[in-house]
Ligand binder design. Structure first.
Ligand SMILES: Cc1cc2nc3c(=O)[nH]c(=O)nc-3n(C[C@H](O)[C@H](O)[C@H](O)COP(=O)(O)OP(=O)(O)OC[C@H]3O[C@@H](n4cnc5c(N)ncnc54)[C@H](O)[C@@H]3O)c2cc1C
Length: 590
């Protein structure tokens, strides 16, 4: 047997969601371990730029119910309204809690609210249910995620959370009755496998946009938690919905935050025309991200793209002046100079829609408990297993996420999961017997990469997969393209059996990590294509050329994908909020 450590709870992931949940548990004097494959403050949360949305009303009059309306509409009515109510109603307290923990928010200057948290306009946000633009997104310059993650990390150190830095979780350990009893993990430095036993396990492994060729995401966003859930026989929800952020730097993928447009920047085409008013007369450049991304794709398609190849549009900030750019968007200026070779104080930045965020994920309820249908009956919680953050689908973002709502999702549902885990641990005081088989399966995954194989190599397979997703599952999708994509992905999957790594050493073997990550990316890619092919309608980020309309009669429902036999199942959208009247689906325009 491998070495074992025992905790009350284990959290896989040291990003915003994992750290917020861990803090709840550690402050309740429980023994909690956080595993992270990179040093926690290097998690992707650190790169969140624009802000965290909450109806504080510091700049314009505001109400959480207006935020809720915008989020439901932004989700193209696929978001579950009970979860959205919970998130928007708790947003202000979650932000004040972060402020009191020491998060250094930017501050308003002058006026009645001088000194209060700075807020900026963001896409898809309105006052009074679709009226004037709301100013709702709380920011620490353009480094909000950096400030948030470091604050949470420091609080966890103070609360004595135990960190396992650079530990790579391989698989969940599940017993015959379906209880999750912890994880098997690889210590990256030594190459040694550990069993981390716990009565409650939370997956907070973040996004998986590395299934695509061009993404704004960190290299580590490989959907490991999703792979672990699928291999444990659990489904993934709504995997056809991937957000393309309108403004990534072409080829590089580096994000130019929506805050650029929030601060007054706008998009122009080859003719220098500000084109968004043609697509979204009211919200213009601050329409929802799916709307802006499709507008850019159409401009490029119509031959109005910029540059030698006409393959991008431009983001103009120069009219804002050097002082404002330096104060509110300093990181953007640095990134633009470094990665696009353009100083936004003087020139427009080249941008193109770039994969940014996964709306789908591991299905959970409002307490962060992972839920799965029981033999195709109604869903039930999986005992001992939780998920929060981008890897989870609760679902507050539905078919399209609004900017600033992910950081909010992390802290609201990270905290909710932590609270429920405390209750669960009180009710389940004693450890259950560990099944040998669960551990052995994980070790077999490791051993597989110790064996010599054929000529196939992991980086090549990964690149082929990324090109397939980029080409066959882009901003616009079509039946024949998706079918062809699935065929090509099958071929990549078949080649995996023959793949090997050249470095079979134990210490800090990054080739082995990349192989293990590929085993998680491939089923995520597959789930994406299979769900996208099945959904014969256009909704939010899922735009089908062959089914351009939204079809509520047939498709106002969530997709569930199971690895075994590529099976699909569906579940209804929860249209009933907790305390307020539902927002009925209607046509969405900005
Ligand atoms: C460039 C960029 C800018 C963004 N800006 C904003 C913004 O302004 N506002 C907003 O609301 N949202 C923004 N987002 C989205 C938001 O930042 C993310 O959705 C969110 O931070 C994800 O947090 P998380 O805690 O779920 O996961 P992450 O922060 O991605 O953390 C995942 C953690 O899981 C660990 N992990 C993963 N796999 C394993 C494994 N196998 N074993 C052990 N550990 C593992 C990682 O080490 C890491 O600690 C942005 C995203 C990007 C990419």
């Amino acid at each position: 047997m491998i070495p074992k450590r025992t905790f009350d709870a284990v959290i896989v992931g040291g990003g915003g969601a994992g750290l917020r949940a861990a803090l709840q548990l550690a402050r309740a004097d429980l023994k909690v371990a956080v595993l992270s494959k990179v040093f926690p403050t290097r998690s992707h949360t650190v790169s969140a730029q624009g802000g965290i949305t909450a109806a504080l009303g510091n700049v314009t009059e505001d109400h959480w119910h207006w935020h809720m309306y915008d989020t439901v509409k932004g989700s193209d009515y696929l978001g579950d309204q009970d979860a959205i109510e919970l998130m928007c109603r708790n947003a202000a307290s979650a932000v004040y809690e972060l402020e009191h923990m020491g998060l250094p928010f930017s501050r308003l200057e002058g006026g009645r609210n001088a000194g209060r948290i700075y807020q900026r306009p963001f896409g898809g946000q309105s006052q009074r249910y679709g009226g004037e633009q709301a100013v709702r997104t709380c920011a620490a310059a353009d480094r909000t995620g950096h400030a948030l993650l470091h604050t949470l990390y420091q609080r966890n150190i103070a609360a004595r959370t135990q960190f396992f830095d650079e530990f790579f979780a391989l698989d969940l350990v599940r017993d015959a009755e379906g209880y999750i009893l912890g994880v098997v993990a690889l210590e990256i430095e030594t190459g040694e496998a550990w069993l981390i036993e716990a009565r409650a396990t939370l997956l907070a492994t973040g996004g998986a946009a590395r299934v695509f060729r061009h993404s704004t995401n960190a290299l580590i966003n490989t959907g490991d938690g999703l792979g672990m859930a699928l291999r444990a026989g659990l489904p993934l929800e709504d995997m056809e919905f991937w957000q393309f952020h309108p403004t990534g730097i072409p080829e590089v993928g580096c994000l130019m935050t929506e805050a650029c447009r929030g601060e007054g920047g706008y998009l122009v085409n080859r003719q220098g025309e500000r084109f968004m008013p043609r697509y979204a007369p009211h919200a213009q450049d601050l329409a929802s991200r799916d709307v802006v991304s499709r507008a850019i794709a159409e401009e490029i398609e119509a031959g109005r793209g910029c540059g030698e190849h006409g393959d991008h549009v431009c983001l103009k900030l120069d009219h804002l002046g050097a002082a404002l750019i330096q104060e509110r968007l300093p990181g953007i200026r640095d990134l633009s100079i470094r990665f696009a070779g353009v100083d936004p104080v003087h020139e427009a930045i080249p941008v193109t829609p770039t994969v940014h965020y996964m709306m789908g994920g591991i299905p959970t309820n409002l307490h962060g408990q992972v839920v799965a249908p029981v033999r195709y009956g109604p869903e039930e919680p999986v005992p001992g297993l939780y998920a929060a953050g981008e890897c989870a689908c609760v679902s507050v973002h539905g078919a399209n996420r609004l900017g600033g709502n992910s950081l909010l999702d992390l802290v609201v549902f990270g905290r909710a999961a932590g609270e429920h885990m405390i209750e669960y641990l009180r009710e389940n005081r004693y450890p259950r017997a560990l099944p040998r088989s669960g551990v052995e399966r994980a070790l077999e995954r490791l051993a597989r990469w110790d064996r010599p194989g054929g000529d196939e190599r992991v980086p090549r397979l990964r690149e082929d997969m990324q090109r397939i997703l980029q080409r066959h599952c882009g901003v616009y999708r079509r039946e024949d393209l998706l079918e062809e994509g699935i065929g090509k992905l099958d071929a990549v999957g078949a080649r995996l059996a023959d793949a090997a790594i050249e470095d079979r050493g134990r210490l800090f073997n990054t080739a082995r990590l990349e192989a293990l990550e590929l085993e998680n990316l491939l089923p995520v890619a597959r789930a994406t294509l299979v769900c996208a092919l099945a959904r014969a309608e256009s909704r939010g980020a899922h735009a089908r050329e062959d089914y351009p309309a939204r079809d509520d009669d047939h498709w106002l429902r969530h997709s569930l994908y199971f690895l075994a036999g590529d099976q699909l199942d569906y579940k209804p959208v929860r249209l009933k909020p907790l305390t307020v009247e539902p927002f009925q689906p209607k046509e969405r325009s900005y």
